[in-house]
Design a binder for this molecule. Structure first.
Ligand SMILES: [Mg+2]
Ligand SMILES: [Zn+2]
Length: 259
């Protein structure tokens, strides 16, 4: 048995949005209105590029940004969950697919000593240039009409699964943990044996609850979580092969469970 855990990052592993948190580095902890209003739909990465240029112009350098980012709190129970996963790497492959960037995610994971938990991190590449400015690029291009132009998480997931198959790794079950609108496209590609884990009350949960009938376009099972402890409980059942006790339990609408 080998399970694949797929994690979103913002509002999933950490309990905030790294791209909006960085604004705390700006003078007065806010951006000028002109900059703030310059976001165009679907062009988030370009917008963040302008934010980073502004911060660079204000003399904000790498150390200050890193200190700010590593202060973002983890979601409750995530430390425990990731520690558990790191001890069971014999059963869990673990990846992140995120619309944040490599710099932020690496800072945050390294400072919490979690970089070894993840086999791969798929996110927008970022680096500091010779003048000390952070620059970010789109992760890839794709044809998916549902996703922002820089990232379709479904394409990333399908490519990863394809590469793993070529390496002889076939997953017993995929468990996808996320909260956001851009997590909807990938979870729609999951199979009946897989599990979608939306964060309770967040956009992904709302979107799939509003399907008519609820969860209709999902083949996968759905398990709702609000802390990492609940995900941890579910993974323990998975590796004990006791998960059917949840999936078969009565008195719940459709294929959905609260732990
Ligand atoms: Mg998120
Ligand atoms: Zn997509």
């Amino acid at each position: 048995m080998m399970f694949l855990l797929v994690f979103d990052f913002d509002h999933t592993i950490i309990d905030d949005n790294s791209d909006t948190w960085i604004v705390n580095c700006a003078p007065g902890r806010k951006l000028p209105n002109v900059l703030q209003n310059s976001y165009e739909r679907g062009k988030w990465t370009e917008y963040m590029g302008r934010v980073f240029r502004y911060l660079g112009d204000q003399g904000i350098r790498e150390d200050e940004m890193k200190g700010m980012m590593t202060a973002i709190p983890f979601t409750t129970g995530m430390h425990e969950l990731l520690n558990f996963v790191s001890q069971r790497k014999d059963m869990f492959d673990c990846i992140i697919i995120s619309d944040s960037n490599t710099m932020f995610i690496n800072w945050i994971l390294r400072s919490a000593n979690f970089q070894g938990v993840f086999d791969k991190i798929f996110t927008n590449p970022a680096a500091f240039d010779d003048f000390g400015y952070l620059a970010v690029q789109n992760f890839h291009t794709h044809q998916c009409p549902e996703c922002p132009p820089n990232l379709c998480k479904r394409k990333v997931l399908e490519q990863f699964i394809g590469v793993q198959l070529q390496n002889g790794v076939q997953y017993t079950k995929i468990v996808y943990v996320g909260d956001g609108r851009n997590d909807l496209c990938p979870v729609k590609s999951l199979k009946p044996n897989d599990v979608t884990m939306p964060r309770e009350g967040y956009a992904l949960h709302k979107r799939i609850s509003q399907m008519s009938p609820a969860f209709a376009s999902l083949q996968s099972y759905v398990v709702i979580w609000s802390t990492g402890f609940e995900i941890l409980s579910y993974l323990k059942l998975l590796i004990e092969d006791n998960v059917k006790t949840i999936e078969k339990s009565e008195n719940k609408p459709e294929k959905i469970a609260y732990i």
